[in-house]
Write a protein that binds this ligand. Structure first.
Ligand code: F6R
Length: 261
């Protein structure tokens, strides 16, 4: 069953399980592409969007979505990993999405973690987003500590694409993708909060019980830089797609605002 509602100005869709939530996220992305075939998507990595990308690959194969004219910008990249490194976000995107759809790879952009002059590269990344006409739909995951992209708690609301230090918590969480925790890079390039909030629309996907506290704080806690995702409430077009486990208390707390399909 799909439960839909509005909490503090954010559209919420709660699906029963991760598979259904990922299908819904994929459909919202496909709808954006259908509305504007040359749209600009902002994309995320991590565990959360993997099933959404799988669904988009299926939809592309069956002709339900066409990436031929789509441009993409990824949120972030580890510093020190080159484009060929197995844990780089460029390889992640190629492996989980780009290599399996009809997108022009020259129109897929991921920050370069090995750029010689990082501040300059970050400024250029911002310019490239502007030149492409801005991001139409930004897909986000959610960190346990409320981070969005690699904007950790305390990230300024006016931050833009820049080099950041990863917190100990994020390094620990991401260690599952590396041989040992010592192999996890300590720094990254990330779009800033202001960069993300400039997207015309935002789609945040969160799955699993472990995200439920972060979801609750995002939707119903104070709007504060200490919980970066709460800053999304300053945007007027945000959709949050959850499975029941990630919705946790959220769907129960504000039932008055929730209608059912
Ligand atoms: C990845 C990103 C991160 C993740 C977040 C959740 O590009 O920007 O903010 O979305 O760390 O990660 P997962 O999905 O692995 O739980």
């Amino acid at each position: 069953m799909t439960v839909k509602g509005l909490i503090n100005g954010i559209r919420i869709i709660v699906e029963s399980d991760p598979d259904a939530a990922s299908r819904t996220a994929a459909e919202l992305i496909a709808r954006q592409i259908a509305e504007k075939t040359d749209c600009v998507l902002g994309l995320a990595t991590g565990g959360t969007p993997v099933q959404t990308y799988e669904r988009l690959i299926q939809m592309n194969a069956s002709g339900e979505v066409d990436f031929a004219r789509v441009t993409t910008f990824n949120l972030d990249e580890y510093i020190g990993l080159d484009r060929q490194h197995s844990q780089s976000y460029r390889v992640f995107m190629n492996t989980h999405l780009f290599n399996h759809i009809n997108i022009d790879l020259n129109r897929t952009f991921v920050p370069d973690g090995c750029a010689g002059d990082i501040p300059r590269h970050c400024a250029e990344y911002e310019s490239m987003i502007q030149s492409a006409g801005g991001i139409d739909l930004q897909l986000l995951g959610l960190g346990h500590n409320g981070h969005i992209a690699f904007n950790e708690p305390g990230s300024p609301v006016n931050s833009r694409t820049r080099q950041v230090d990863l917190t100990a918590e994020t390094i620990e969480k991401n260690a599952r993708f590396f041989p040992t925790i010592n192999d996890v890079p300590r720094h990254a390039i990330t779009m800033g909060i202001a960069t993300i909030l400039e997207a015309k629309s935002i789609l945040l996907l969160a799955l699993g019980e472990a995200k439920s506290d972060a979801v609750d704080a995002m939707l119903q806690g104070p709007i504060t830089q200490s919980h970066p995702a709460s800053l999304l409430r300053n945007h007027n077009d945000v959709t949050v797609v959850l499975d029941e486990a990630a919705a946790g208390k959220t769907s129960v707390v504000d039932r008055s605002a929730i209608s059912m399909d």
